[in-house]
Design a protein around this ligand. Sequence first.
Ligand code: NDP
Ligand code: MG
Length: 383
Amino acid sequence: MKKTKTLLILGSTGSIGRQSLDVAEKQGYKVDTIAAGSNYRELELQARKLSVKSAALFDEDAAKKLKENLADTDIKVYGGESGIEEAIMSSGADTAVNAIVGLAGLKPTLSCIRSKKKLALANKETLVAGGDIVKAEAKKYGVDILPVDSEHSAIFQCLQGQPPERRLKKIILTASGGPFFGMKKKDLENVTIKQALKNPNWSMGAKITVDSASMFNKGLELIEAVRLFDVSYDMVKIVVHRESIVHSAVMYEDNAVIAQLGLPDMRIPIQYALTYPDRCESPVGELDLASLGKLTFFEPDYDTFECISICKNAIKEGGLMPAAVNSANEEANSLFREGKIKFTDIPVLIKKASELIENKSDFDADDIFSIDKSVRENVRRLV
Ligand code: NDP
Ligand code: MG
């Protein structure tokens, strides 16, 4: 595994992006390229502070403003989807962090792989929609993909030292349960955006916070685990663990369970993805088990949080279905955040919109983008 020295950070203005910058600073990594969607003000501040070689924005107008604002520097500014690709391909970084939110991260992921950068991947939607394509490209270019998602980092850590013949029986994927834990379907009818945006343990971007409230996030993570660890979907068992201290676990055939624990702070898995196989001093405090007293575990409420089963059925069906439910959720999630639909409309819309697709088992990235377009249209038509 090559050592991380210079980073490229995609989605540097977001929650994971900023925490990655924090880890980079503490570890003394150079950051040569940063990219985001449209936040040109924050990207300018970051670009100046880090003296990056290049900065890229997906939004062309925002990129123009950034270019004007950075005119007094040597920093190269790129705009648009192709600009992000150019920035990635011309970056001299050995390692990329992909912290873009949503399917928008798929093409940049493929560019990172094709330019042979080790990939610390937070962007789970990419793996859910295009997992097989991403994995095949990574194999072709000899690129390592390291999980940043806390549960998958935990599983990855628990699998270190596995027996040569593996003997893995189960993956135990923990879930905080979100702000609506314990509620029933009828209680969810009138929950507000503000309530959905309050995660008990994690401070994250808006989209994933709403996904955590609906538990679609756990469904995505189930598929993410299938993709990353080559297991069947029925080997992944979800357990609600309110304290978010046990970040996930694995069970071997002898029923021994190995778990990874720590304080809920994303800088731990981000740092591990960058330093692996080394372990370095943490930017986060120590876990004190005695002061916690107890940890609790519950069976998920599948009737209330239907999104988990929607994802499970999607991976069971396979083909383009995981991509379809992901895109339907991206659209429904943003409509909910815009105040256009109710929280309980989310699973209904995902089911109806994805049922309409024509599934196929053999597909490429273009098929994923055309499914994305049609599923999003289906969702909007249904509203
Ligand atoms: P945020 O919403 O905080 O940040 C998203 C980032 O993506 C921003 O930098 C945003 O730029 C950028 N972005 C959006 N659209 C584009 C685009 N089309 N092209 C390039 N950049 C774009 O999200 P999070 O940091 O919370 O999450 C990022 C990813 O990490 C998600 O896939 C999420 O599921 C995953 N993840 C997050 C965790 C967390 O704790 N936050 C935990 C585990 C996984 P701009 O600011 O300009 O809009
Ligand atoms: Mg997670």
